[in-house]
Design a protein around this ligand. Structure first.
Ligand code: PGA
Length: 256
């Protein structure tokens, strides 16, 4: 049994001051029974938030992206070793906004993933189909390709420190979340793909998070699905009160 993991993704929001104010308020609002909470913050506030979070049980801080290069002449890029030094415990890789607006393909995601692992940072690899993919009935094909290519060359041991986030692109920031049934059946499909890549035992151990318009009103139903091990929350993670309601939802939920 493992507790559900709730990941907040602040995207390009919050200065250092705003971030620290959030943490102080958020911690006061958490119920006694604690979930694992992860916060993906902008690079600029990573060090300050990580330092503050150090003394807070169950709170991990991470980055929203990492360079696909070790180091060198890559103006504007931030390497895995740099985010590690700044306090990143984990990193989001291949978020759909990176895939869409920065032309990140599965090969790039795979490079980033390997560098994050080398730097002992836990990767959360994001996958998800577009509205057109689903409309045309191609969501399984798209997800299988994203998973297989993004995770290429990873051993079963590597899989033990990995998380996957399924975020249907049509649900991100749109207010249209997948129903718990759609999310569950897609998660179960993703789990089957992981079985094909490794084996059943390994696939069962990889936490699968759902993301896309998660709110306090739908968090509990989503977390009750057997293949949903946690949530990746964008907009609703920006407000301490709203995010704490999601973190506190159905707090006894355990994943078998
Ligand atoms: P949203 O974003 O919760 O605002 O839909 C989710 C995400 O992009 O990770």
């Amino acid at each position: 049994m493992r507790p559900a993991i709730i990941v907040g993704n602040w995207k390009m929001h919050k200065t250092i001051g705003e971030a620290l104010q959030f943490i102080n308020e958020f911690v006061r609002l958490l119920a006694g029974a604690r979930r694992q909470v992860y916060l993906a913050v902008p690079h600029t506030s990573l060090a300050a938030v990580a330092e503050l979070a150090c003394g807070i049980d169950g709170l991990q801080v991470g980055a929203q992206d990492v360079s696909a290069h070790q180091d060198g002449a890559w103006t504007g890029e931030v390497s895995a070793r740099m985010i590690k030094e700044a306090g990143a415990y984990f990193v989001l890789i291949g978020h759909s906004e990176r895939r869409l607006h920065h032309a990140e393909g599965n090969d790039r995601v795979n490079q980033k993933l390997k560098l994050a692992m080398q730097a002992t940072i836990q990767p959360i690899v994001c996958v998800g189909e577009t509205f057109t993919d689903r409309e045309e009935g191609r969501e399984k094909e798209v997800l299988e390709k994203q998973l297989t290519e993004s995770l290429a060359g990873l051993s079963k041991e590597d899989a033990s420190c990995l998380m996957i986030a399924y975020e249907p692109v049509w649900a991100i920031g749109t207010g249209k979340n997948a129903t718990p049934e759609i999310a569950q059946s897609t998660h179960s499909f993703c789990r089957q793909v992981l079985e094909k890549i490794w084996d059943e035992q390994t696939a069962q151990k990889v936490p699968l998070l759902y993301g896309g318009s998660v709110k306090p009103e739908n968090a509990e139903m989503l977390l009750m699905q057997p293949d949903i091990d946690g949530l990746l929350v964008g907009g609703a993670s920006l407000n301490a009160r709203t995010f704490s309601q999601i973190v506190n939802a159905n707090v006894n939920h355990q994943v078998a």
